[in-house]
Design a protein around this ligand. Structure first.
Ligand code: SAH
Ligand code: SF4
Ligand code: F3S
Length: 471
């Protein structure tokens, strides 16, 4: 299938443009003195953040401005995540807190969307137990936001639209980018991997890739506008355009973006080890603008557990990729995701995870205790290890990673790194990130924000570096 098979037709988008103008007319008659304010909050991964920027783009087109204060908002929109139970509980808590605000301001529109809402049992719970929520919509219909808002403004009905779908691609939506020099470009959506613990394939639909030239043009435009860091996004970027000719593959895309003129850096996430190829690593090594940082989630270091997780690679294949990558790029910074306490995992098997961490020597890890997700295969697997014991394993893992991270950063002392300056932390203290994605702090003028600087590491700490600008 090509991206054309999934793409929402222009007629549908034009219909939404018409709704957008209708909303604008309604809002300008109701808010004659100032613009209505929207509070938009996104939970979860960068893919969801990129959706959030499109939602904001559409709201802006409808006439909304944005506020950071939920109490003064005329519209509250939570773009939610379903990856772990804890993420969902936070949303329920925050939505609960909106009840009082709605009592004070009955005209407030409360809207919920994102992965959590794509699950039927969640939408049902919102319908029954959170009656003051006006609008709930799933991940496949975000482009219909103008129509939904119009209905909320002009009828007294609650709007629920959670269509199950394999997913679509929508090109040309307005984007309100939060970053001025760092930008996200989603290159693919959905996931076909069905890792047994994971809810993403159920809430995001099947894997589909955006058109190669559409991505390339978006990158060109951003760079022309002065963006300095482009992050390519997908649940599994290595299978981008898997069904098409190699000249449209992910490594080919990296090379094509690398060839765009200008001083900028390219990042990408996430790579799935199953589809990670030597060709991708070659492209990384050969492309000067591609950051020498690889986020390659391994989840577990034990083959039986990996098989139960349905990950489609084993420890040996994972380590052979790492080995090849370090040979090509000795200074490569590798990060990863890991799950502790998958159902049926024994302590001995967990020790294989520890030994893998020692072998690879990650810069940092995103560590998670297994969370059972309704509807996934792992949710029905027997899970004998107590939460307390999993917590102890988790702490052991964190301790090991802390030691490795400390040793890694210590070896960076007195070396000079090229850093993209991101913000002023406090008066005169700037922060930025190295190519390897480590935060570094140094004195400097805030006019440097958004540009590249050479910074020498003077004082490495475990998770953060301190340094000084040189040259
Ligand atoms: N597509 C990416 C991961 C996206 S989800 C990949 O496959 O690499 C981000 C991370 O959340 C996963 O890598 C995994 O470590 C974690 N995760 C996902 N589902 C989980 C669950 N049910 N419990 C605990 N951690 C989970
Ligand atoms: Fe989830 Fe696996 Fe897909 Fe990643 S590859 S999103 S962990 S199913
Ligand atoms: Fe969460 Fe959905 Fe991303 S479940 S991690 S927001 S794809």
């Amino acid at each position: 299938m090509t991206s054309k098979d999934f793409t929402i037709p222009i007629e549908e988008l034009n219909k939404q443009k018409e709704y957008s103008s209708l909303v604008q007319t309604v809002l300008s008659s109701r808010f004659s003195d100032s613009k209505p304010k929207a509070f938009v909050h996104t939970y979860g991964c960068q893919g969801n953040v990129a959706d959030g920027e499109k939602l904001k783009g559409m709201l802006e087109e409808m006439g909304y401005c944005f506020t950071e204060k939920v109490e003064e908002a005329d519209l509250v929109l939570y773009n939610t995540c379903a990856i772990r139970e804890h993420a969902q509980d936070r949303v329920y808590g925050n939505v609960g807190a909106l009840k009082q605000i709605k009592e004070k301001n009955p005209d407030l529109i409360i809207a919920l969307c994102g992965c959590m809402m794509q699950q039927e049992y969640v939408a049902e719970r919102i319908k029954k137990s959170f009656r003051y929520v006006d609008l709930v919509f799933g991940t496949h219909v975000i482009y219909k936001l103008p129509e939904f808002i119009y209905k909320c403004l002009c009828t007294s009905q609650r709007v629920f639209e959670i269509t199950d779908s394999d997913g679509n691609i929508v090109e040309g939506l307005p984007i309100h980018r939060d970053g001025k020099f760092k930008a996200w470009i989603p290159i693919m959506y959905g996931c076909n991997n069905f890792c047994s613990y994971c809810v993403v394939p159920y809430v995001r639909g099947r894997e589909r890739s955006r058109d190669f030239n559409a991505v390339l043009n978006e990158a060109r435009e951003l760079i022309k506008k002065g963006y300095k860091e482009i992050t390519l996004l997908g649940q599994n970027v290595n299978s981008y355009n898997k069904d098409l000719d190699d000249k449209y593959s992910f490594p080919a895309l990296l090379r094509a973006i690398n060839d765009i003129e200008g001083d900028f850096i390219i990042r990408f996430m996430t790579s799935h080890p199953r589809d990670c190829t030597f060709e991708l690593l070659n492209a990384m090594a050969e492309c000067k603008k591609v950051a020498k940082h690889l986020h390659l989630p391994f989840q577990s270091g034990n083959d039986r557990v990996l098989n139960e997780m349905n990950r489609h690679y084993d420890r040996e294949k994972y380590l052979s990729l790492i080995d090849y990558a370090y040979k090509l790029m000795p200074d490569l910074s590798i990060t990863s995701d890991v799950i502790v306490g998958f159902p049926g995992e024994t302590y001995e098997e967990f020790c294989d995870t520890l030994s893998l961490i020692e072998k690879v020597r990650y810069t940092s890890l995103f560590t998670f205790i297994f969370s059972s997700r309704p509807g996934t295969k792992a949710a029905s697997m027997e899970d004998k290890i107590s939460r307390k014991e999993k917590g102890e394993w988790f702490n052991e893992l964190i301790g090991l990673q802390e030691k490795i991270a400390g040793e890694r950063t210590a070896s960076m002392k007195n070396k000079i790194y090229r850093v993209l300056v991101e913000e002023e932390k406090e008066n005169g203290v700037l922060t930025g990130r190295t190519e390897g994605n480590i935060i570094i702090e140094f004195f400097g003028d805030k006019s440097l924000i958004g540009s590249f600087c050479n910074v020498k590491v003077t004082e490495p700490k475990t998770w953060i570096l301190k340094g000084e600008i040189v040259g």
